[in-house]
Design a protein around this ligand. Sequence first.
Ligand code: FMN
Length: 190
Amino acid sequence: MKREAISFSDLSVRSHQLWNDQWLLITAGDFASGKFNTMTVAWGSLGTMWNKPFAQIVVRPQRHTYKFTEEFDTFTLTAFGEDQRDALKLLGTKSGRDGDKIAEAGLTPIPSLTVPAPGFAEARLIIECRKMYWDDIKPQQYLYPGIDKIYPAQDYHRIYFGEIVSVQGTPEFSAIQPQGALADVDKKES
Ligand SMILES: Cc1cc2nc3c(=O)[nH]c(=O)nc-3n(C[C@H](O)[C@H](O)[C@H](O)COP(=O)(O)O)c2cc1C
């Protein structure tokens, strides 16, 4: 997949659609040593914290990926086209604890530009993050009664804030129109 560097200020996503419908992979660990794991996520956010671009992810403690988000300082978020829906379903239902689910999903881990955690060759969007903060969901702080039903086993998500240190994506993720696209519009209008 051909991706270009995108500054976070120019990143263009429909945030709720991206998380809730398209889904992403969180990948944590270290590409060089081969110690990493990935899983599908649909809950999280992209925004600004302490003047920095940041991503918030939530990981339940029983996930194999949790071992890696705890042990390592960086993670990536990757988004894919609809052609990889089956891969994301597989990576969101099988555990890396039980075998090489990344190979089974047919995805190709690749080194990131700035962090040890890998991205994927097939991704349309790669967001590289460095952990800056964590916290756990606390039942005594629920303000919305429906939250209780999400944690019948008291397996409260760990929340991580990651500073976004690099973004690469296909042109659909850039608010900056490529020159070629503008030229094409000009041609059509003339
Ligand atoms: C669409 C979808 C969204 C998911 N979102 C999350 C999430 O935000 N946080 C989480 O802890 N697990 C989430 N999961 C569950 C993990 O992806 C799943 O348990 C996975 O098999 C864990 O793999 P691992 O054991 O290799 O880490 C989601 C699963 C799916 C299918």
